[in-house]
Design a protein around this ligand. Structure first.
Ligand SMILES: [Zn+2]
Length: 411
């Protein structure tokens, strides 16, 4: 391997100690004291790798090395180092520390890249503290919304106050930092957070696209009544409606979806939620994802038919509100081609797979071509202290990132 495995491993292990909970967990909430401690440590590693560093007005940590041809669009690499409140050691950190290892290896090989390279640790990817994430990446691409700095965490601390405490004077006027054409490619290495690579017995995968979710909230209204007195044929049971819709939606996705379609009813609220009252009102959420937009649209239409038919049959009123609608975002073919060629030379035989979860890269895709590399993680567990990836697998991921980055940096 070209990369320095020992150094990479040390970095992963050292960072896992900051905000450590239990034996294997991590809690580094966005803009927190632990997050700042991590940024300071990672910043030193960036500088050792030959990068000039700064923290921008959104809290992103950015390192840059000038290329020989300063006018060329840059190559950007990175991920995030904040975590879920009860998170794992590798989500985000693999891609952030892997990117630094790539640049450090170039330095040791005596290579000055043709293009300038930036390595970025995005601020608040996870979103759990302020209930809205990918703050740093949305900042640099110009997708911040009204009131971002006024959002509060559960202790009443605003993002503005948290960022100041973190040591950054927020400056949203910097947004957007980059415009289309400034960045030749963005590359992100990440643990898979799913079971596909493990099931195929492969350490590394090349990502084809990040699927786009539709998030809906469905409300069904029937009529309450005593569970002991209302005969079955006179009931308007909203929870029964939700159950039938959930079952039929599951069958629809299984039977008529593509291999990549997934559908989930994840949250259900029933009113008045009492054991001896027929449920009068039920609210439940639907998450439907695919990388094939036409396939997703087809299923969405059929889902509406199921809701309509079931409501009619059970004499229920229904309403559907749309919370999120994101399109799938495809990795650039030319970047995947480079990855495949480099992968072949490394002898990994990595499969191509899609990403169900979103990442910082999803947002970068609006201003730059992008590519992603996944690393196998045990049982697909993530956002949990049990999250685990083999060091050897992660090193292979970084090695593929290195060769891909070299190829693009020198072009
Ligand atoms: Zn992540």
């Amino acid at each position: 391997m070209k990369i320095n495995q020992k150094r990479f491993q040390e970095h992963i292990e050292t960072l896992a100690k900051i905000g450590k909970i239990g034996e294997t967990g991590v809690c580094r909430l966005a803009h927190s004291k632990e997050d700042r401690e991590a940024v300071d440590v990672v910043r030193l590693w960036m500088e050792e790798a030959g990068l000039d560093t700064h923290i921008d007005g959104f809290g992103n940590l950015v390192g840059r090395i000038e290329g020989k041809e300063k006018d060329k669009p840059i190559l950007m690499l990175g991920s995030h180092i904040d975590s879920q409140p009860y998170g794992g050691r590798y989500d985000g950190t693999l891609g952030a520390l892997g990117a630094i290892e790539v640049v450090h290896t170039m330095k040791e090989e005596g290579i000055t890249p043709n293009r300038s390279i930036e390595v970025i640790c995005f601020a608040d990817e996870e979103g759990s503290r302020f209930n809205k994430g990918v703050f740093g990446v949305r900042g640099i691409i110009g997708q911040l919304e009204e009131g971002e700095l006024e959002r509060k965490d559960k202790n009443g601390v605003t993002r503005l106050e948290a960022l100041r405490e973190f040591g950054v004077e927020p400056d949203l006027s910097q947004s957007p930092v980059y415009k289309p054409g400034d960045i030749e490619a963005f590359l992100e290495l990440h643990i898979e957070q799913g079971p596909v690579l493990e099931s195929q017995d492969k350490p590394v995968g090349i990502v084809s696209a990040i699927s786009g979710p539709i998030w809906l909230t469905v409300t069904l209204e029937g009529f309450a009544g005593h569970a002991g007195s209302v005969p079955m044929n006179l009931r308007q049971d909203a929870f029964l409606g939700a159950s039938i819709i959930t079952k039929e939606f599951n069958e629809l996705v299984r039977n008529e979806g593509t291999p990549n379609t997934v559908g989930t009813v994840g949250s259900v609220q029933t009113f008045p939620n009492s054991r001896n009252i027929i449920p009068e009102k039920v609210e439940f959420t639907i998450d439907l994802r695919d990388i094939d937009l036409d396939a997703r649209t087809k299923l969405e239409k059929k889902l509406y038919e199921i809701i309509e038919r079931t409501s009619k049959e059970l004499n229920l009123e229904y309403s559907i509100s749309e919370d999120t609608r994101s399109d799938p975002r495809y990795c650039a073919d030319w970047i995947k081609d480079i990855m495949k060629t480099e992968d072949e030379q490394l002898g990994y035989d990595s499969p191509t797979l899609m990403s169900g979860p979103f990442h910082d890269a999803l947002f970068m895709s609006y201003i730059s071509d992008y590519g992603m590399i996944f690393v196998r993680c045990e049982k697909g567990i993530s956002h949990n202290p049990l999250e685990f990836a083999e060091m050897e697998d992660m090193e292979k991921g970084v090695e593929l990132l290195y060769h891909t980055a070299m190829n693009i940096a020198q072009s």
